[in-house]
Design a binder for this molecule. Structure first.
Ligand code: MG
Length: 119
C-alpha cells in the first residue's frame, strides 16, 4: 500500500497580509484586498494545497467580517485558526498552526518587508 504524502499547507494571516484595513476616525473602516497575496493563495489552492486562515480575529472580534471578505474575493479557506485533523492526531490540539509555508506581514525577510511596504 503506497504511503500518502502529507498535505501541503499554506497558513495565511488576514490583517495587513491578505487585506489592508483602513480605519477612519469615525470607526468606519474600508478593506482592500492585497492582489499579490490573493493570487498566490488561489494559485496554491489550485496546486492542491490546503489553506488555513491564521488570524487573531475571534468570532466576536472581526472574524465573521474577515470570512465574508474571503468569500467576496473567492479566497478559498479550508480551516480557520485550526490545524489539520491529521496534525491534531499526532500533536494534539496545539495553538501553533502547522504549515508548509506561512504568509504574514510580521515575517522577517523580503516577503514581510514587501507586505509591510504595501500596507
Ligand atoms: Mg497581520
Amino acid at each position: 500500500m503506497p504511503k500518502c504524502e502529507p498535505r501541503k499547507v499554506l497558513a495565511i494571516d488576514f490583517d495587513s497580509t491578505l487585506a489592508h484595513v483602513v480605519e477612519f476616525p469615525d470607526e468606519m473602516s474600508c478593506t482592500y484586498v492585497n492582489l499579490l497575496v490573493h493570487r498566490y493563495v488561489r494559485w496554491k489552492k489550485k496546486q492542491g494545497w490546503t489553506i488555513i486562515l491564521n488570524t487573531l480575529r475571534e468570532p466576536d472580534k472581526g472574524l465573521p467580517q474577515a470570512l465574508k471578505f474571503c468569500e467576496l474575493y473567492e479566497i478559498p479557506i479550508d480551516y480557520v485558526n485550526a490545524n489539520l485533523p491529521e496534525e491534531i492526531a499526532v500533536w494534539g490540539d496545539s495553538r501553533k498552526i502547522a504549515a508548509t509555508r506561512t504568509l504574514d506581514d510580521t515575517q522577517i525577510g523580503i516577503v514581510g518587508w514587501l507586505l509591510r511596504r504595501l500596507g
